[in-house]
Design a protein around this ligand. Structure first.
Ligand SMILES: Cc1cc2nc3c(=O)[nH]c(=O)nc-3n(C[C@H](O)[C@H](O)[C@H](O)COP(=O)(O)OP(=O)(O)OC[C@H]3O[C@@H](n4cnc5c(N)ncnc54)[C@H](O)[C@@H]3O)c2cc1C
Length: 287
């Protein structure tokens, strides 16, 4: 009897499994369903080969050529394990004898940012196309994250003529992962290629430079150090916002003012700004 195999996911794991199933069961009906608009491809090419002259076609894994039905742009939204059936977001149902879930990972997004850009949470071929269309001479890109993928992308973008800035909390590229000397040499190499990597900058001077407009953004590694200049410059109107949560969270930039509670003399400025910012973030307005 011929088996029906359904694979959820269009990454390299699903591709390898589909090919292995096909080899083990030449008669089986193998269907791969992926939410991405593209058929399976080599994801590592997105930060390497494609930025160094590699042809886009070479990134693809040729899954369909192995007798696999590839359904692109179709997210699986439901699985009924008793009925052996998966449901796609458009309502279509697929019956299976064997189901494999290889749904992989998603890139982290900072909350409140509009889906359509200019921020790209880099992970897919579609993200590559978008980033590539914005790369080149006269363009500026900030790469957030100094891990392997961030460093590779910065190199690729710089090679394409883009002015690249990098922001990450470590003291240099590869710091904490490589020996100090190697991390320093790597960071210097990037700087020599025009990638603007800065830091760490001493706390006693960085905020003066920031106030003069020298940086687009300052990441303060220590909460209290960062608060000193914020309170000095904008006490009562600055807002405390937490990034990285699945919800919007803002609060005032000061404490509870317990000593003046109930006296009608507390300044509500920061509270009002916090509510305004929360409303803007909830609307997806990050400006
Ligand atoms: C830019 C970049 C460079 C990398 N470079 C390297 C490297 O050099 N070396 C290395 O070892 N690793 C590298 N990695 C990591 C490596 O690519 C991943 O570990 C690998 O792709 C994981 O494969 P996967 O198939 O398990 O999952 P993924 O590649 O995450 O694929 C999951 C797939 O499932 C789909 N999916 C998810 N949910 C659903 C659903 N409900 N319905 C349908 N489809 C769904 C997704 O759309 C996606 O197509 C890199 C990653 C990136 C982003």
């Amino acid at each position: 009897m011929s088996h029906r195999y359904v694979l959820v996911g269009g990454g390299m794991a699903a591709d390898a499994a589909a090919k292995a199933i096909r080899a083990a069961d030449p008669q089986g009906a193998v269907t791969l369903v992926t939410a991405e608009p593209d058929a399976p491809y080599r994801r590592p090419h997105l930060s390497k080969a494609l930025w160094s002259g590699g042809a886009e076609a070479k990134a693809f894994l040729g899954t369909a050529g192995h007798g696999v039905e590839v359904m692109t742009g179709r997210a699986v939204t439901g699985i009924d394990t008793r009925a052996h059936r998966v449901t796609l977001e458009d309502g279509q149902a697929l019956e299976y004898d064997q189901l494999l879930i290889a749904a992989g990972a998603r890139a982290r997004r900072l909350p409140g940012l509009p889906e359509e850009g200019p921020v790209v949470a880099y992970r897919s071929f579609a993200d590559y196309r978008l980033a590539r269309s914005r790369a080149g001479e006269g363009r500026r890109t900030l790469v957030v994250g100094g891990g392997f993928v961030g460093a590779e992308l910065a190199a690729g973008l710089a090679a394409a003529g883009t002015a690249v800035h990098m922001a990450f909390p470590e003291t240099g590229l590869g710091a904490g992962r490589f020996p100090a000397g190697l991390a320093e040499a790597l960071t210097e190499r990037y700087r020599a290629r025009g990638v603007d990597v800065q830091g760490p900058i001493p706390g006693d001077t960085v905020f003066v430079r920031a106030a003069r407009g020298e940086f687009d953004c300052v990441l303060a590694a220590y909460h209290d150090q960062g608060l000193i200049p914020v309170k000095l410059l904008a006490f009562g109107s600055a807002v405390n916002v937490t990034l990285g949560l699945p919800i919007v969270r803002t609060s005032v930039d000061h404490g509870t003012a317990f000593d003046i509670a109930g006296q009608g003399k507390a300044d509500a400025g920061s509270m009002i700004e916090a509510v305004r910012l929360a409303a803007r973030l909830a609307r997806g307005d990050s400006e």
